[in-house]
Ligand binder design. Structure first.
Ligand code: PMP
Length: 343
């Protein structure tokens, strides 16, 4: 028994997962009359592999993750929902999240009737460890950290994240959706050797596959087994897995280098505009920018056909717009529109 076992909801620990037709027989040839599928070949008439063996082997090989430590979900959003369902008793347990951060932690908590205790980041978006741990109580099962954080863009120091794992007695989830753009590295190697750390990554950002909806969780074999039991049996479609296998042949290194270079070009150029007050340092593929009048600038950019994210009504992000780094020509278009902004 690990230190995680007592944290699992009793109904989940006792769950007998749905056994698919493909669990009972997954050989390559035969007359398949077991799954009530259509026999007419459309390319998609058969159910996909519920264990996602081929894609898991591929992603595991790319990232150096044993497949028994890897969960694949319908976006990392699925993994976020699953950790609430596995660890938090509705109406009783709670999760501590940082604020501002990615909105789905709160939404997934609310849909599962789990209370969240938000801990405000400091004005520079750094995290006060004592404040975070002080917000945890006996019913806190999960701490959600996002590094690099959305929408602030900063990564938290590795030593700080590991200290939180060491001191918190529940499960720490570190969302690394933007880690490919960060010089800080990843906590994946730590997730392979720690019992209470779940790292989330995704193919939606640097890997350029947001439309396929493939996210992953990297954790102990015990946590991955739990996630695999609770997920929908066929949570990844055959179409998504086939496309991902094809697209993973494409190396993203150069694209990531270009995006980081473009991020730094924008970060250097933006402060020259008199209506831009602050550009926050970013380890991600976006910049959080504090401006004089966020609503007015947002509307102006929209008028120029440039859509950014208005975060000015999020506590801690007052007067801020979040700008994703695009292609060099798109970033030029952004700078050009800003040049023409009538102040
Ligand atoms: N985590 C963070 C921090 C995000 O910003 C996003 C998407 N904006 C996600 C997770 C969701 O990723 P996915 O597309 O894998 O569901």
């Amino acid at each position: 028994m690990s230190s995680i076992t007592p944290l699992v909801r009793p109904n989940i620990a006792a769950l007998a997962p749905y056994s698919t037709a493909r669990d009972e027989y997954d050989g390559p040839i035969g007359v398949f009359l077991d799954a009530n599928e259509s026999p007419y070949g459309s390319g998609y008439n058969r159910y996909p592999d519920p264990h996602q063996a081929a894609l898991k082997a591929r992603i595991g090989g790319l990232k150096g993750i044993p497949t028994e430590n890897l969960f694949l979900g319908n976006g990392s959003d699925e993994a976020i929902d699953l950790v609430f369902r596995i660890f938090c008793v509705p109406g009783q347990d709670n999760a501590v999240i940082i604020a501002p951060s990615y909105g789905m932690y709160g939404v997934a908590a609310a849909t599962n009737d789990v209370a969240v205790h938000p801990v405000r980041l400091e004005a520079d978006f750094s995290l006060d460890t004592e404040k975070l741990l002080g917000a945890c109580n006996a019913q806190t099962k999960l701490v959600f950290l996002c590094s690099p954080n959305n929408p602030s863009g900063n990564a938290f120091p590795r030593a700080q994240l590991l200290e939180i794992c060491d001191r918190f007695r529940g499960v720490v989830v570190v969302d690394e959706a933007y880690a490919d753009f960060s010089g800080q590295g990843s906590l994946v190697p730590e997730a392979l050797v720690r019992e209470n750390l779940v790292v989330l990554q995704t193919l939606s950002k640097a890997h350029a596959m947001a439309g396929l909806r493939i996210g992953m969780a990297i954790a102990s074999t015990e946590i991955i087994r739990l996630m695999s039991r609770v997920k929908y049996p066929y949570n990844l479609s055959r179409a998504a897995m086939e496309q991902a296998l094809l697209l993973l042949d494409h190396r993203i290194d150069e694209e990531v280098v270009t995006l980081v270079r473009e991020r730094e070009r924008l970060a250097a150029a933006l402060p020259a505009f008199p209506f831009i007050r602050q550009v926050f340092p970013s380890d991600a593929n976006f910049l959080l920018v504090r401006v004089d009048d966020a609503d007015a600038l947002y509307a102006w950019l929209l008028d120029q056909g440039i859509i950014v994210r208005n975060r000015s009504h999020v506590p801690g992000c007052e007067s801020c717009l979040r700008m994703t780094v695009g292609l060099p020509a798109e970033n030029d278009a952004l700078l050009n529109a800003l040049e023409n902004y009538p102040i």
